[in-house]
Design a protein around this ligand. Structure first.
Ligand SMILES: Cc1cc2nc3c(=O)[nH]c(=O)nc-3n(C[C@H](O)[C@H](O)[C@H](O)COP(=O)(O)OP(=O)(O)OC[C@H]3O[C@@H](n4cnc5c(N)ncnc54)[C@H](O)[C@@H]3O)c2cc1C
Length: 472
């Protein structure tokens, strides 16, 4: 019997596994695909680097930096290029460039004068309730005004979370904003204080590695070699009198003292339906509409736009086909061959779940049409690739906080079952790493307690230790 069976080898599962391995536990990662990494896939195609999933890491989450240091990736870190000077937003069918400077929104006419004055008035809006049940739209409109919410937050939420600002819970998606408001009485004052203390501007905190974000799971997999079994799909998890039996599709059974489920929530729900039915039901309620990534490579001369930014986003009221796009060859060096540029378009999410039914060539056509209109792309593309994720990003909707409590309560009933993933504390790679490390620590506490119980001749966990094992 091994100590822990980690089911799912995305960033979350790999991070938890490496933590447990470093603490001396016998761990096996079972991954359905032939390669580990989950969403985090970087592919070099004739000198064009395509990110099928995550493309940037936010330096504010120091856990990823620490992890990358531990697997010797630090030296290949690449910072955002100095060519990134603007963020672009679509306004009336055209791109409007806004400086990435913190005062960029105030100096640009993207927002009306009234909208900008209301934005500045945030500093004097009274502090709200700490336990707010507001949507992102309600929260942002209350603090910064309706125009800021509809014209800035709506595109951001559509692009980053593939969701709608009026459906997602501010408490789940932007807990930091509530914390800033509660501490300083105003989000802008809090941001100013942080800036004076030397915090880096949000747009400049992004980084990657020279071979893309997929370098992280690749390096983790190397460090875990011998503990990872790819091409192994787990079908069932059965509780036994001692530990679990993990049944795979055609690759036999594994017995483990504890299981750590690191799959997408719908899979976790099926695997846990007989083991932890309440948590499994909550996991099954999490929606994740399809998301498509269209990657296109062009000769530089074929594109009129200066591409001096990260990319662009568009508010739902603009009715664009794409939720947004990135300019990878402007963001980081060596992402396209000399004389060429690359563009990535994102489609789907809550705004257009029907893309899940579309053919790749049609998705490419939609992205090409939009790039022709917004970026002045004139020539043919030299390279095109599509990745369609049938389940894109989990939606942290208004019911999510209650659902998360049911999921995080699983270990109080089943102290040997642990759950990690991008639906718990945030979908970003940083949040997945932070959550997986914390849960691995809980799993380690459990295994330690079991070891000491066994050495005292007992096979059960001391009763008063259960509460301690709940995720905090
Ligand atoms: C298009 C896109 C763009 C993104 N951009 C960014 C970005 O720029 N920055 C950022 O920080 N984040 C970004 N994200 C979010 C981030 O990439 C993901 O939230 C994160 O990678 C999820 O990791 P995970 O390990 O929790 O889940 P996953 O990556 O989904 O991994 C789950 C794993 O479980 C495996 N599995 C499933 N079922 C079974 C089974 N039965 N048996 C065995 N294995 C199984 C799967 O094959 C998969 O490998 C993006 C996501 C997408 C989709």
């Amino acid at each position: 019997m091994i100590d822990v069976a980690v089911i799912g080898g995305g960033i979350s599962g790999l991070t938890a596994a490496i933590e447990l391995k470093q603490q001396g536990y016998d761990v096996k990662v079972l991954e359905r695909q032939v390669c580990s990494g989950g969403n985090a896939i970087s592919e070099n195609i004739n000198g064009f680097l395509m990110e099928h999933g995550p493309s940037t890491i936010n330096a504010a989450m120091s856990e990823v930096h620490n992890l990358s240091k531990a697997v010797d990736l630090e030296s290949s870190t690449v910072r955002l290029s100095d060519d990134v000077k603007h963020r672009y937003l679509v306004k009336k069918g055209e791109l409007k460039g806004i400086s990435t400077h913190p005062l960029g929104f105030l100096t640009s006419d993207y927002l009306s004068l009234k909208g900008r004055l209301r934005l500045m008035a945030e500093a004097i809006v009274p502090r709200g309730d700490n336990e707010t049940g507001e949507s992102i739209d309600q929260y942002i409109a209350r603090r910064f005004g309706d125009e800021f919410s509809k014209r800035i937050m709506d595109p951001l939420v559509g692009g980053l979370y593939a969701g709608n600002a009026d459906e997602l819970a501010v408490k789940s998606v932007f807990p930091k904003l509530i914390e800033m408001e509660q501490t300083y009485g105003s989000v802008s004052i809090a941001a100013l204080v942080r800036r004076l203390r030397g915090h880096v501007m949000p747009a400049r905190r992004l980084y990657s590695w020279s071979n893309g974000v997929g370098s992280l799971p690749t390096a983790l997999s190397v460090a875990l070699s011998g503990n990872i079994h790819t091409g192994v799909s787990v079908r069932k998890v059965r509780a036994r009198s001692q530990g679990f039996e993990v049944e795979t599709a055609g690759q036999g059974k594994i017995t483990a003292q504890a299981v750590l489920i690191a799959t997408q929530p719908h899979v976790a729900s099926t695997l846990l339906e007989n083991v932890a039915p309440v948590g499994a039901e909550a996991l099954g309620e999490i929606s994740a509409p399809p998301l498509a990534v269209v990657f296109l490579g062009y000769k530089r001369a074929a594109v009129e736009h200066s591409l001096d930014g990260l990319g662009y986003l568009s508010a739902s009221s603009e009715n664009q086909i794409l939720t947004g796009a990135q300019f990878p060859s402007s963001m980081f060096s060596r992402r396209a061959p000399e004389g060429y540029i690359s563009l990535t378009g994102y489609l789907g999410g809550v705004r257009s779940p029907e893309i899940g039914q579309m053919q790749g060539k049609d998705l490419i056509g939609l992205a090409q049409d939009e790039f022709r209109d917004l970026l002045g792309v004139r020539g043919n593309c030299e390279l095109s690739r599509v990745r369609c994720w049938s389940r894109g990003l989990p939606q942290y909707d208004l019911g999510h906080p209650a659902r998360t409590s049911r999921i995080q309560n699983i270990p109080s009933e089943n102290p040997d079952v642990f759950v990690v993933g991008n639906y718990l504390i945030g979908p970003s790679v940083g949040a997945c790493v932070a959550n997986a490390r914390k849960v691995a620590e809980s799993a380690s506490s459990y295994l330690r307690l079991m070891r000491s119980a066994k050495s005292e001749g007992s096979s059960a966990l001391p009763k008063n230790s259960r509460k301690y094992l709940q995720y905090r």
